[in-house]
Design a binder for this molecule. Structure first.
Ligand code: TYD
Length: 137
């Protein structure tokens, strides 16, 4: 496992810092490479919980740890890439056809996901073997 995924995978957001605290913002098609059609977040995640376990046919996403930390494993069907997210200004871009697993959530972790499409259950591969079959077509 490595984190040698394309440097395009890392998203750096601005941080406006002053004595009142930090402010970070994100603009679709500017800081991230798509128009934002949906935002969702995971919270109250038990520390031993595992999320993800699927890939998307067309959806692109960018994932952030707004609070706390967690591990993200991406799998393109050939290699696995490991990331530890803990900085709200640093996201990981997830292209379509990437199997993802999230685990090792810290207490009170909040995972925010920006997505290029509305929720569409038809867009999911929920079985790893179906994902691999599509990759190897
Ligand atoms: P899922 O994408 O499997 O969650 P995770 O990747 O975090 O493990 O979604 C969990 C459930 O929530 C599933 O029943 C679909 C539903 N859901 C929506 O209704 N809308 C959404 O935008 C998302 C992301 C999930």
């Amino acid at each position: 496992m490595n984190d040698g995924l394309s440097s395009n995978s890392y998203i750096d957001l601005p941080c406006i810092h002053d004595s009142r605290g930090d402010l970070t913002f994100v603009e679709g098609c500017n800081h991230i490479p798509f128009e934002i059609k949906r935002v969702y977040y995971l919270y109250n995640v038990p520390v031993n919980s595992q999320r993800g376990g699927h890939a998307h046919k067309n959806l692109q996403q960018v994932i952030f740890a707004l609070s706390g930390s967690f591990r993200l494993i991406l799998d393109d069907g050939k290699s696995k890439f490991e990331f530890w997210l803990r900085d709200p200004t640093k996201g990981i871009y997830i292209n379509k056809m990437m199997w993802r697993e999230l685990d090792c959530f810290s207490q009170s972790a909040v995972c925010m996901v920006l997505a290029s499409r509305p929720y569409e259950e038809d867009d999911y591969f929920r079985k790893y073997e179906d994902f691999l079959s599509e990759i190897n077509l």
